[in-house]
Design a protein around this ligand. Structure first.
Ligand code: FAD
Ligand code: UDP
Length: 370
């Protein structure tokens, strides 16, 4: 008899398994329908011996000292600040848009103050910022929006930025200085030996049993457990009773080239050319040396694994219906990107799982006191 059955061995499920086993002494069974742990952060050595990310580039960054120090129990880190270039009109330019982006694109020599004045003169006056188009045109105007954001977003999401919630493009700031880092978080680093190794350390505990290649639907009613933590899609759990929540998927094409370096930075974006959105070269992330190099092309699509909840008002409404059902199911805890239908980064999922554990352990304490 297990105290907890945890569905999904990504960040959400693995953090909870670790806390419940290690801290609360619970007996945990964690299952995943895939043949590996780590969820979408899973990495592995390919045929060339290069550490690559099966589900696209995962770059760790957080402002939370709690999350960073928690994960540091299971890994050492390699300091890494992410930089991305984007291809516009045959030029390779920094994204997020900064002083150098604008100067190189328009052959200008603006200072930061001059760029601010320039942006003030071209930005559009949007009364209420609701959509992903509003966010960008209200900061940098139409021309930069069309060159850097419109094509990329249409490809990535299969819809125009004017149809997507503002949250999506709000992830990308605009800068008037030369800071070309993708993130400005306090902690930016990659797990020194990769994500999978970190997950292995989290899940190595006598109270944690792992079953891979196991779908929850095949286990229902077969294995006895007390409580359930579900980190798969919330609509799947409730048999799609209100209809399917939309997810954007990606087709990852991994390639190895017989050159030491393929591109100047880890990620290069293609907003206007090709069917893929970006190419990632892993050696920049890991610092690995190898005669060859491995890269991943990302082709967005609708069919495939659910990766991105689609932030639109009607989807938020549909999710709310499932959330109401979830709230009425107290012995099941829904945690993670899929179970709470949120476009969360890894650190946010870790924080959500730690908060869930705190709630669970308080409840256990209260039950013991009664
Ligand atoms: P997941 O990692 O999706 O884990 C859920 C697990 O549940 C999966 O392994 C799945 O197989 C399993 N499962 C689902 N249903 C069932 C079932 N019925 N039975 C058994 N198992 C089931 N975040 C960052 O912070 N930085 C990044 O650079 C970054 N890059 C990303 C790039 C891409 C292409 C994508 C898609 C995401 C990226 N993220 C990034 C987000 C990150 O992947 C997520 O925040 C994190 O992986 C979510 O963890 P999770 O445990 O909620 O979900
Ligand atoms: N985006 C864009 N052009 C870019 C980079 C990002 O239009 O060069 C938009 C796009 O809609 C994307 C969103 O900003 O989905 C968030 O970008 P991020 O890099 O955070 O996407 P993720 O890594 O989550 O795929």
């Amino acid at each position: 008899m297990f105290d907890y059955l945890i569905v999904g061995a990504g960040f959400a499920g693995s953090v909870l398994a670790e806390r419940l086993a290690n801290e609360a002494g619970k007996k945990v069974l964690i299952i995943d329908k895939r043949n590996h742990i780590g969820g979408n952060a899973y990495d592995f050595y390919d045929d060339a011996g290069i550490l690559i990310h099966k589900y696209g580039p995962h770059i760790f960054h957080t402002n939370s000292p709690e999350v960073f120090s928690y994960l540091s129990r299971f890994t050492q880190w390699r300091p890494y600040e992410h930089r991305v270039l984007t291809t516009v009109e045959g030029k390779l330019l920094p994204i997020p848009i900064n002083l150098d982006t604008v100067n190189k694109l328009y052959d200008k020599n603006f200072t930061s103050e001059e760029l601010e004045q320039f942006l003030n003169s071209i930005k559009e006056d949007v009364k209420q910022i609701r959509t992903s188009e509003d966010v960008v045109v209200s900061q940098v105007g139409r021309d930069l929006y069309e060159k850097f954001f419109r094509g990329y977003t249409r490809k990535q999401w299969g819809m125009d930025p004017s149809e997507l919630d503002k949250a999506v493009t709000s992830r990308i700031p605009t800068r008037t200085n030369q800071d070309d880092r993708y993130f400005t978080d306090t902690y930016q680093a990659m797990p020194l030996h990769g994500y999978t190794r970190m997950f292995e350390k989290m899940l190595t505990h006598p109270n944690i049993h792992i079953m891979l290649n196991t779908d929850y639907k095949d286990l229902k009613g077969v294995i006895p457990y007390n409580k359930l933590i579900f980190t798969g899609p919330v609509d799947e759990y409730f048999d799609y009773c209100y209809g399917k929540l939309p997810y954007r998927s990606l087709n990852f094409v991994h390639k190895t080239y017989d050159v030491r370096q393929f591109q100047p930075v880890a990620v290069v974006n293609y907003p206007n050319d090709h069917e893929y959105t970006r190419i990632t070269e892993y050696k920049h992330l890991t610092g690995q040396t190898n005669e060859k190099t491995s890269v991943t092309y990302e082709f967005p699509c609708w069919n495939g694994d659910p990766y991105y909840p689609v932030p639109k008002p009607e989807n938020a409404e549909l999710y709310q219906k499932y959330k109401n059902l979830a709230d009425e199911t107290p012995d099941v805890h829904f945690v993670g990107r899929l179970a709470t239908y949120r476009y969360y980064n890894m650190d946010q999922v870790v924080a959500q799982a730690l908060a869930t554990y705190n709630k669970l352990s308080q409840r256990t304490l209260a039950e013991q006191l009664v």
